[in-house]
Design a protein around this ligand. Structure first.
Ligand code: R5P
Length: 285
């Protein structure tokens, strides 16, 4: 088996390749002076089982992934390879909130399946996004990996900052056999949120989980409420850490720890989804 890693997922690709006992394919990727991308397969990839891994965020990585898919299907004369998208960018534009808006999540789905038949994602912001694909998509949930991390922090309760990511808090809570609950969140703007909580957290070690941390507003608002309600400690774990605008530092001011997976690389990356992905590849390869 050969793993082709796009620029966005080199380290994760390497870990996945190790777990699959596979080899990293020799691809050259560079940019011309005007920023246009150049991709070349430097080895014959015909007759190989292929796994391509890359994020659709930011935009240049989306373009690189699409070009790689097209090159691979062209060289192997088949769409029968696996594309893994650890972080599916544009997932939060999954419907038309205002008249006239584009549904970018759907556009990405349509583009990703032009040249590839088998797609794996990790904690899609909404599972319904899979319906935008005509082909079957396997969406992996990192609950077990988060639970392993949380186990070390002696957590009493797992909370999600809103209903949308409660499925993840519940998953982690079920593995750890502890209570799980969620905040009710109202988004005021893209940088500010209001959260309310009805669970008793006094004297408890709280694990706050979310699929994505972007500006950090959601997690910070929730953490402040937990502190105000007497939580003993607040540990934050997300799957996809975008961490815009110094949000790691801002979150650390109100939380005991902040952790993210390696779907995106940041200073908070502390656990890997490589095993989860490798197992899924083996199950569909
Ligand atoms: C929203 O529904 C997501 O699950 C996250 O809570 C949200 O995207 C986080 O964004 P931010 O860090 O900017 O508050």
């Amino acid at each position: 088996m050969l793993v082709v890693s796009s620029s966005s997922s080199k380290e994760l690709g390497l870990k996945i390749a190790e777990k699959l006992n596979a080899r990293i394919a020799d691809f050259e990727v560079k940019r011309f002076a005007d920023g246009e991308i150049y991709i070349r397969a430097k080895e014959n990839i015909e007759n190989e089982q292929l796994v391509l891994i890359g994020n659709t965020y930011p935009d240049e990585n989306l373009v690189e992934l699409l070009f790689m898919q097209d090159l691979i299907q062209d060289l192997i004369d088949s769409k029968d390879f696996i594309t893994i998208v650890p972080y599916y960018g544009y997932a939060r534009q999954d419907r038309r909130f205002l008249d006239g808006e584009s549904i970018a999540s759907r556009t990405c789905a349509e583009l990703l399946e032009v040249n590839c038949n088998r797609i794996i994602t990790v904690n899609l912001h909404k599972d319904d996004i899979r319906n935008y694909f005509k082909k079957k998509v396997k969406n992996l949930i990192a609950g077990k990996a988060i639970a392993e991390l949380a186990d070390r922090a002696n957590v009493d309760v797992v909370l999600s900052p809103d209903m949308g990511s409660f499925y993840l808090a519940k998953d982690v809570g079920d593995v750890l056999k502890i209570e799980s609950a969620h905040f009710d969140k109202k988004r005021i703007s893209d940088r500010s949120v209001e959260a309310t909580l009805s669970t008793d957290v006094k004297g408890k070690n709280v694990l706050l989980v979310d699929d994505i941390i972007s500006t950090g507003s959601t997690i910070i608002a929730a953490s402040k409420i937990l502190r105000a309600n007497g939580a003993k400690s607040v540990h934050v774990v997300c799957v996809h850490g975008l961490f815009l605008k110094n949000s790691i530092e801002r979150i650390k001011k109100v939380c005991d720890s902040v952790n993210a997976s390696d779907t995106l690389k940041s200073k908070a990356t502390s656990y890997s989804v490589a095993s989860l992905i490798a197992d899924a590849v083996l199950s569909i390869a």
